[in-house]
Design a protein around this ligand. Structure first.
Ligand SMILES: Cc1cc2nc3c(=O)[nH]c(=O)nc-3n(C[C@H](O)[C@H](O)[C@H](O)COP(=O)(O)OP(=O)(O)OC[C@H]3O[C@@H](n4cnc5c(N)ncnc54)[C@H](O)[C@@H]3O)c2cc1C
Ligand SMILES: NC(=O)c1ccc[n+]([C@@H]2O[C@H](COP(=O)([O-])OP(=O)(O)OC[C@H]3O[C@@H](n4cnc5c(N)ncnc54)[C@H](OP(=O)(O)O)[C@@H]3O)[C@@H](O)[C@H]2O)c1
Length: 281
């Protein structure tokens, strides 16, 4: 029997008709403990299904150090038919109640140790497609709050410029890195737009294509990611985290596998690996 807790929606930011930031506060006032990269299962009763609770998993975008609320980045699924829970969530209002089950998931836990027990000091590269950015917003804010000294890059891919959620937060974190020095906080954020030909995206002059194009080397040259970090990406110096469509995960692995990178699911006998991912769809 699933134990549902109750929370109240305290904040809604509709970025466009199908993209929403939602904050939840548990009714007992206690934000549950969780780790950056985990998801929470939330639910609402569906009136057209005898008020049966429809539950789905959502990555937590807020960081564990934020004890005020849980923040989620939600896409309203419309095709081929409106999604059961997201349609309810996009009709919900501040003050409405939501059910939740405690945060879970280890696919995107931040790697802290190498198999020999030494600290994992490799560069962290996070690649998020669309709402797949959410766990990395949590990563970035968490690593910042705990004063992590590793080099961290967050790469976001979206179809349209108005889907670059958290651009202000992530740009702010990069400015802090520039102002305070990389020895204190070493962070970069970049985005890519996959439909540059569309009129709405006409002002976009940065990376073009799906987010995995950051890994594509230009003829005889470095990849845009390598240009950005000023270093060659190797399995000894970089750990990748990927979230989004399965096609995004596959696209990233197409570049990394030939370089000898392995996923956690497919790790070497000595326990080493360089890629963690989570996908749905
Ligand atoms: C670990 C994890 C984390 C996630 N994190 C996020 C997140 O941070 N943000 C986010 O937005 N999403 C996230 N998701 C996805 C989320 O859990 C839901 O799957 C998503 O919101 C759709 O739920 P829904 O009930 O609205 O759609 P559903 O009703 O479950 O529909 C899913 C799809 O099936 C189609 N479908 C349903 N019924 C039929 C039918 N009869 N015939 C044909 N097609 C049909 C729908 O059109 C839709 O495309 C995550 C998923 C996982 C597993
Ligand atoms: N923790 C998790 O597991 C988690 C968390 C959040 C979201 N998700 C899942 O992540 C997915 C992202 O959904 P979204 O609506 O936010 O994405 P979206 O806005 O539709 O797409 C985001 C980006 O991914 C590209 N893309 C779309 N389909 C692709 C494919 N098949 N292969 C490779 N790239 C593709 C898009 O390119 P084009 O412009 O070319 O379409 C766009 O650049 C969903 O499946 C969602 O459920 C999972």
């Amino acid at each position: 029997m699933v134990e549902d807790n109750k929370a109240t929606i305290t904040y809604l930011q509709l970025m466009k008709e199908d993209l929403l930031i939602m904050r939840l506060v548990p009714n007992d006032g206690q934000v549950p403990e969780y780790k950056a990269g985990q998801f929470i299962t939330i639910g609402m009763p569906n009136p057209i299904e005898d008020n049966k609770i429809v539950r789905r998993a959502y990555s937590i975008a807020s960081q564990p150090e934020n004890r005020k609320y849980i923040e989620l980045l939600l896409r309203w699924v419309r095709k081929p038919i409106p999604g059961r829970l997201t349609t309810l969530l996009f009709n919900a209002k501040v003050g409405d109640e939501i059910s939740w089950i405690k945060p879970a998931g280890s696919a995107l836990s931040i790697n802290e140790k190498l198999p020999d027990g030494s600290p994992d000091k490799r560069r962290i590269v996070c690649i998020g497609g669309g709402t797949g950015l959410a766990p990395f917003v949590s990563f970035a804010q968490h690593l910042h709050d705990v004063g992590d000294k590793r080099e961290i890059l967050v790469l976001h891919g979206a179809s349209y410029v108005d889907e670059l959620s958290y651009r202000d937060v992530l740009t702010g974190l990069e400015y802090e890195s520039l102002d305070g020095g990389k020895d204190k906080w070493n962070f970069k954020y970049r985005a890519s737009i996959s439909r540059p030909q569309e009129w709405f995206n006409r002002s976009w002059g940065e990376q073009l294509g799906r987010v995995e194009t950051f890994l594509r080397p230009k003829e005889g040259e470095k990849s845009p990611l390598e240009e950005l970090i000023g270093d060659k990406v190797t399995k000894e110096n970089t750990m990748f985290y990927v979230c989004g469509w399965q096609g995004t995960i596959d696209g990233v692995l197409d570049f990394l596998k030939p370089k000898g990178f392995l996923t956690q699911q497919n790790k070497r006998e000595d326990g080493s690996f360089e890629v963690k991912f989570e996908s749905y769809g």
